[in-house]
Design a protein around this ligand. Sequence first.
Ligand code: PXL
Length: 285
Amino acid sequence: MPGQKRVAAVHDISCFGRCSLTVALPIISAAGIECSVVPTAVLSTHTGGIDGYTFHDLTDEIMPIVKHWKQLDLQFDAIYTGYLGSFQQLDIVSSLFDLIGSAHTLKVVDPVMADNGVLYKSFSPDFPEGMRKLCAKADIIVPNITEAVFMLGEPYQKGPYTTEYIESLLRKLGDIGAKQIVLTGVHFDDEQLGTAAYDRDTGKVGYSFAGWIEGYYHGTGDVFGSALVAALLKGCDLTDAAAEAVKFTVGSIARTKAAGTDIRFGVDFESGLGEFAARLNNRAW
Ligand code: PXL
């Protein structure tokens, strides 16, 4: 499709806390890409370390929204899914791919459900199996190491990792079905943290690292995934897109750390949007 690209972002709206749609919409838009949204739920905040959050499920809204779009014959260059709260939502999003996705639509699934060896508290232990089925329909999946091993039914291991371990995970993740995998949370020592981007057809693995910043900052997976989708649609190949997304995410974390912000409140990605957009627009393709 020539001209401006269009993405459908399928995530919840956590009204405060900078994750999911409040991150995807600004980052993808800043790159000059149209970002339509399918909100899957509305929460007062995300569920990561903030108690007392409200939760309003929007599962019943998803198909009516998407059927209307289908009537309008809207075309999407990418569908980008993140946090999905139930098995029912996994099934509905799977149908959404069939309804509004075409052969030209890049389907990017971030299997948001776990980190640091533990499932987020809203998910049951059998959720990774359901997420694995959705990942099978994707072109690109973006798991962290915990999500990867949970979908593979393997025990979580703390890093540092070896290249052999990371690349065996990538190959097994490729067998789930997606052609390309971007694995996050990869580290071979305690100094650098980054990603491994794998193309199943070529077998090529490209690594992107940046200096490790101590602290668990909320929403960084969504900042990374949104920047990755934006960079891919601007024409970066998988490894370059992952490198741009690592740079943007780590810059956001560094600013947040310097400001001393509560780690639950998300990262200051906003101050980096201008530079991010300029880098994507000024690359010599
Ligand atoms: O950033 C992932 C995410 C998205 N949405 C909600 C969450 C989380 C992670 O905890 O709770 C509601």
